[in-house]
Design a protein around this ligand. Structure first.
Ligand code: ATP
Length: 627
């Protein structure tokens, strides 16, 4: 680590790592609170750097600013002298939680991750070789076939790092990688990071553990309110704070009532003729790096420079907050052309990949699959127990029962569509955010959700209508009429699925999604126009009923089943008065209802994509929480 005012940055062409420089970083969070104040530091290729400080001092803020996850309010971050936002080299960020799919075997997780992160032209053999290489350097080859959820905490942490290593990052940031690990496992992990740094890739991590610092080349100490108190090697830090252990540094820093004093002191000692850190930087004492590269068992480089023809090392984008590719690029060869091999997977192939992954996750989650498939079956059985046969008999119809049959079919398909979508995104938002940083588009992601779930709903809808018809709960119908009914419920399901996805994208966690369920369902019951016909609703209720997708499904079903004719001309004296109450509810041509139902589906789907794009682009939590 060097200090501010160092000589002009040079473009690193011979080492895989990038030089990271931060200059006068300030960060301001919601409410105007400043969390970083004038932080300047530099990290060289090959350095393993720990950011330490008391809880809440801004360690994650600094890490996020350095990584481009949460750009600073002011100040600059440069990689090899180029503004961070303009660099397209692969930069890895490992969030605090091991946010990867836990139901898949480790090798499958890495394979999917490699498909997303490596250039589109990477062949299967090369892909498998890279996955095997990463497994090997992580020491997880023997765990490759094990479900991620069954890995130990340390193994999961290594797996999470492995996801980022696939793309051969040129700088690696980790938020509290050792949190929750026992000391030997933490040391094992630091050994891995040390080796990665030794290969020339700068590694920056935040930590709460003073012992982690013993294994790092450099340490940055933050004081309260985001003041940088020190930046240099650990031995120099002990001398600077006049303490015996790293743990004592925390106490020493906290003793100062005005944390700004620490920045001022550092500014003084950073003067060229008064800089205790500079000599240490140039030649770190041997005891500052106890886990030497030579002591490590495996000689395979963790992040070998990509072969020159692949362009892997240069073309991959830096994980900026907006999930889009940034403008300029750092290129080792200095050329501006991207080859086919260098391009990331296109939207269609991303969609296909995520659909396959979604199906595999579903197939491996037997209980989830059983609930998804079993619930509609259970509801069909309940309908059979609830509805009498021949309700729609022309000679002896039961008009009030026909309304309920139509309503419950409409509500049933709405409810299942909604439930299928409701927990899909909020349960894995942190994974999505991580993958969008690696180049995944939110539209392919959302489409893949529909591609996995809509066929399941389509089968459930077909079973529902087929069983009700087969057991005479619905009248005999020509195939074309049955097709009409099916299209109506399919469109209603698609709209409800999209509404569920929208809600899942908008909330912060699964608990909020679950709590939103009554608010999504109640209006679809009250304003559908079944329990209380639309013509007799209060004016506001009538207006609201237009916005209920359920209403259009209910009315389309009634139109296709000829409810008007049945009530007016059928053998029940209750029909005509009921028809008078419902008015023209069922007289609209069914294609108009389809257009509205399709419109709802498209609208909710587009809104889902917009919310995802906004949330994935918004600087925010990187810790595995929801947005
Ligand atoms: N989105 C936000 N809005 C408002 N304040 C925030 C936000 N994110 C973080 N903060 C505040 O910014 C400060 C620095 O947060 P940061 O997460 O960087 O601290 P930290 O040093 O990493 O803490 P810890 O070690 O406990 O993880 C804290 O006071 C925190 O409450």
């Amino acid at each position: 680590m060097t200090v501010r005012g160092s000589s002009a940055p040079e473009i690193a062409t011979e080492r895989p790592g990038l030089r990271v420089e931060a200059e006068d970083l300030e960060q301001i969070v919601r409410g105007g609170h400043r969390t970083l104040r004038g932080v300047s530091l530099a990290v060289r290729p090959g350095e393993l750097v720990a950011i330490i400080g008391a809880s809440g001092v801004g360690k994650t803020m600094l890490l996020d600013a350095l990584a481009g996850i949460r750009p600073p309010a002011s100040g600059r971050v440069r990689y090899d002298g180029v503004d961070q936002g303009r660099v397209r080299a692969p930069v890895a960020y490992v969030p605090q939680d091991d946010i990867i799919h836990t139901s898949l075997p480790l090798v499958r997780v890495l394979r999917y991750a490699a498909r997303l992160r490596l250039p589109a032209g990477t062949g299967p053999a090369e892909l498998d070789a890279r996955v095997a290489e990463v497994l090997s350097v992580l020491g997880l080859t023997h765990r490759a076939g094990l479900r991620v959820g069954l890995l130990s905490g340390g193994e999961r942490k290594r797996a999470s790092i492995g996801v980022e290593l696939l793309a051969r990052p040129r700088v690696l940031f980790l938020d509290e990688p050792t949190s929750g690990l026992d000391p030997p496992t933490a040391i094992e992990l630091l050994r891995l990071l040390r080796r990665l740094a030794a290969d020339g890739v700068p590694v920056v991590l935040t930590t709460h553990s003073p012992t982690d610092v013993d294994h790092c080349d450099k340490v940055a100490v933050l004081a309260r309110d985001g003041h940088l108190a020190f930046a240099g090697n650990p031995a120099a830090a002990l001398a600077y704070f006049e303490v015996d252990t790293v743990a004592d540094i925390y106490e020493r820093v906290a003793e100062e009532p005005d944390p700004a004093q620490w920045s001022r002191r550092l500014a003084v000692v950073r003067q060229p003729d008064h800089d205790p850190a500079a000599p240490s930087d140039a030649a770190p004492p041997p005891d500052a790096v106890p886990l030497s590269r030579a002591a490590l068992p495996d000689g395979v480089p963790l992040c070998p420079a990509a072969p020159p023809d692949t362009g892997v090392a240069d073309e991959r984008r830096v994980g900026g907050p907006d999930g889009r590719r940034a403008g300029g690029a750092l290129r080792q060869d200095g050329s501006g052309a991207a080859t086919d091999r260098q391009r990331r997977l296109g939207p269609i192939r991303q969609t296909a990949l995520l659909t396959v992954r979604g199906l595999e996750i579903l197939a491996r989650n037997r209980l989830t699959l059983a609930i998804l498939v079993g619930s509609p079956v259970a509801v069909v059985l309940m309908f059979l127990m609830l509805f009498k046969a021949n309700t729609f008999s022309f000679a002896r119809p039961s008009p009030s029962a026909t309304v309920m049959v139509l309503f419950w079919i409409a509500f049933g398909v709405f409810f299942f569509g909604l439930i299928y979508g409701l927990l899909q995104i909020c349960t894995e938002f942190a994974i999505l955010r991580r993958e969008t940083r690696a180049g995944l588009g939110v539209v392919p992601y959302a489409v893949s959700k529909v591609a996995v779930l809509l066929p399941l709903l389509a089968v459930a809808d077909l079973v529902l209508l087929g069983v009700l018809r087969g057991l005479d709960r619905l009248p005999a119908l020509a195939w074309s009429r049955f097709g009409e009914l099916y299209l109506t419920v399919l469109l209603a399901s698609a709209g409800a699925l999209a509404l569920g996805l929208l809600c899942s994208a908008a909330v912060s966690d699964p608990a909020q999604a679950t709590l939103s369920l009554p608010m999504l369902c109640f209006p679809q019951v009250l304003f559908v126009g079944a329990i209380l016909p639309v013509p007799v609703m209060a004016p506001v209720g009538r207006w609201l009923s237009w916005a209920m997708s359920n209403r259009w499904c209910f009315e389309a079903l009634g139109h296709t089943l000829g409810v008007e004719h049945l009530w007016r001309d059928g053998g029940s004296p209750l029909g005509p008065p009921l028809l008078a109450t419902y008015g023209h509810t069922f007289s609209r041509p069914v294609w108009q209802d389809w257009a509205v139902l399709g419109g709802f589906a498209v609208l909710f789907f587009a809104a889902t994509c917009a919310v995802l794009a906004a949330k994935c682009g918004r600087p925010g939590s990187t810790r595995g929480r929801g947005a």
